[in-house]
Write a protein that binds this ligand. Structure first.
Ligand code: GRF
Length: 208
């Protein structure tokens, strides 16, 4: 089976991107990262791509202020690189419906809570963990899901829970969840690249 051609979309420090790079290097994932696209010019994720000889590009509000042109540019690059799987690894922009439609069930996102809790519009980054703590939830975790037109509403691929302790702070909780993310995202990408994910209506079947 040939390697799946992957694009990773990022906006920040890129620790999830790093786990994908490492898993590919260790031959755990039958894929290759063809391009890293960042919505932020100064994202550390871009440095990680460079250090690993992966092509990277900034496509954001500064060089593509028009949203439609920005989306078209991203789609053009994905097509030019013959990308088969798009991974959103800390990508802070909402994907345009046109992009989602072009890559139906071929875009994966990682979210730092147990969807459908603490997700949707406004729930990103540390805000998610703050909301979990403010609510007093005893359990949170991470979710990897396919992306549809909604915000965090697509079919769920994998989820894993972590306990919320009374003493937890935003910092300690985000650290615990990030550890889970670093296991879950490479696993989901591995399963995808092995052709083991099947979307049945809104459920994802993991084939043996
Ligand atoms: C992660 O917590 C991810 O779940 C969220 O943004 C964060 C990105 O972290 N969507 P990193 O850039 O991969 O280190």
């Amino acid at each position: 089976m040939s390697q799946i051609r992957i694009a990773v979309l990022v906006s920040g420090r890129g620790s999830n991107l790093q786990t994908l790079i490492d898993s590919i290097k260790e031959n755990e994932i039958n894929g290759k990262i063809e391009i890293v696209i960042s919505s932020k010019e100064d994202a550390y994720a871009l440095e990680r791509a460079k250090k690993n000889d992966i092509e990277s590009i900034y496509i954001g509000e500064n060089n593509y202020p028009d949203e439609e042109k920005r989306t078209n540019k991203i789609i053009d690059i994905l097509k030019e690189k013959e990308v088969e799987l798009v991974v959103l690894a800390g990508y802070m922009s909402i994907l345009d419906a046109k992009l989602v439609d072009n890559f139906r069930n071929r875009i994966i996102n990682i979210h730092p809570s147990l969807i459908p809790s603490f997700c949707g519009k406004g729930f990103y980054g540390q805000r998610v963990h703050k909301a979990v703590l403010d609510y007093g939830a005893k359990l949170t975790g991470a979710t990897v899901h396919f992306v549809d037109e909604g915000t965090d509403t697509g079919p769920i691929i994998l989820q894993r829970a972590v306990d919320v302790d009374f003493e937890d702070t935003i910092e300690t909780l985000s650290k615990k969840v990030l550890e889970i993310e670093h296991k879950l995202l490479p696993l989901a990408v591995k399963l995808y690249c092995e052709g083991r994910l099947e979307v049945v209506e809104r459920k994802v079947k993991i084939k043996d």
